[in-house]
Design a protein around this ligand. Structure first.
Ligand code: PLP
Length: 347
């Protein structure tokens, strides 16, 4: 349901999103294999780092932070690969550092345009279950998510969907793998079993979380995230603050990353929110530390929760001396939500 697949094989590991990355790479690739990927934030950077540490031959399309997967640059890199040496294209769908969502359908179209047979491996850690994700339609070969984002659970599960093509590539994939080998899962899952002690509480939690998403309907879930994001963007605009995301087509509906007011360290805003108002908003990671703050709106979140997060953020902005009119951001968001909110499908 959350992956948008009827054909893919689901595999669940006790672990985190990073383990999911490793599982996707080790089950499909061999050391020395060429992979093509983008770097546009801390998570895409860490995935590149893992690929390099695994001995893959990594071609990185370097982007400014705030940009997404540029299909033209991808197409150009694939067209240059006349001997089809690239074995996988790896893309972070929603870059949680920058609030940028890339267009995976566009990535697939660029691969098709270049008639390229590479596998498409997608990090959907902060998108799957919140944003539209179409594993089958977009021709994704491995998609990875984690329990702690759109599924609203504690950290501790990584969930993959795997295409038949990716399953078949396993036989020739020479990367060392053990815990994250798909073989042990595939050998035991069909009989309702698992290869090692499962996290029973998290599996029950996931069942409950999926039941909630199912009752709401994925189209409504996606629309809710779009509404929460648009209200948050309107709040940022009313505060006079820009997004880090460079182009409207890449704006994320699962989190919003906002440039701090000129002359104000964004860590101070995050600290004030936490210390005075008991609100956790995200710091800027790595090279945007001090420059941006991040407001999440994915998972079990609604207009009222988001309005309170915006109110806390606004109070923190006022506390650090930002020149904003009290109520401006919250006012813009709640006006938008009052005009667009829907009756909750289960009421
Ligand atoms: N990919 C993305 C987009 C993420 O946001 C994160 C974590 O926030 C990861 C990968 C790494 O996942 P984990 O921290 O669960 O290992």
């Amino acid at each position: 349901m959350i992956f948008g697949t009827k054909k893919g094989t689901p595999i669940i590991f006790p672990g985190t999103g990073t383990g999911g990355w490793e599982s996707a790479l080790t089950n499909t690739l061999s050391p020395g294999d060429k992979v093509l990927t983008f770097r546009y934030g801390q998570f895409s950077h860490l995935w590149v780092d893992m690929m390099q540490r695994m001995g893959l031959d990594v071609e990185v399309i370097e982007c400014e932070w705030g940009e997404g997967a540029d299909e033209e640059r991808l197409a150009a890199a694939l067209k240059k690969d006349t001997h089809k040496k690239i074995k996988a294209v790896c893309v972070v769908h929603n870059e949680t550092t920058t609030g940028v969502t890339s267009d995976i359908a566009g990535v697939r179209a660029a691969m098709e345009g270049a008639s390229h047979p590479a596998l498409l491996l997608v990090d959907g850690v902060s998108s799957i279950g919140a944003l539209d994700f179409q594993f089958d339609k977009w021709g994704v070969d491995v998609a990875v998510t984690g329990s702690q984002k759109a599924l609203s659970l504690p950290t501790g599960l990584t969930v993959l969907a795997v295409s038949d093509k990716a399953l078949a590539s396993r036989a020739a994939a020479g990367s060392k793998r053990c815990y994250y080998d798909w073989a042990d899962q595939l050998a035991t899952n069909p009989a309702g079993s698992v290869p090692y002690t499962p996290s029973i509480p998290l599996l029950y939690g996931m069942q409950a979380s999926l039941d909630l998403l199912k009752a709401e309907g994925m189209a409504n879930v996606v629309a809710r995230h779009a509404r929460l994001a648009e209200g948050t963007r309107r709040a940022a605009a009313a505060w006079g603050l820009d997004l880090l995301c460079k182009h409207p087509r890449w704006r994320s509906d699962s989190l919003t990353v906002i440039n701090a007011p000129a002359g104000i360290d964004s860590n101070l805003i995050v600290q004030e929110a936490y210390r005075r108002y008991n609100l956790s908003i995200g710091v800027g990671l790595s090279k945007v530390n001090g420059k941006v703050f991040r407001i999440g709106h994915l998972g079990n979140c609604d207009e009222v929760m988001q309005a309170s997060a915006l109110a806390g953020t606004e109070m923190a902005l006022l506390s650090v001396g930002a020149k904003i009119t009290p109520g401006a951001g919250v006012g813009a968001a709640i006006k938008y939500w009052a005009e667009t909110s829907k009756v909750i499908p289960t009421r």
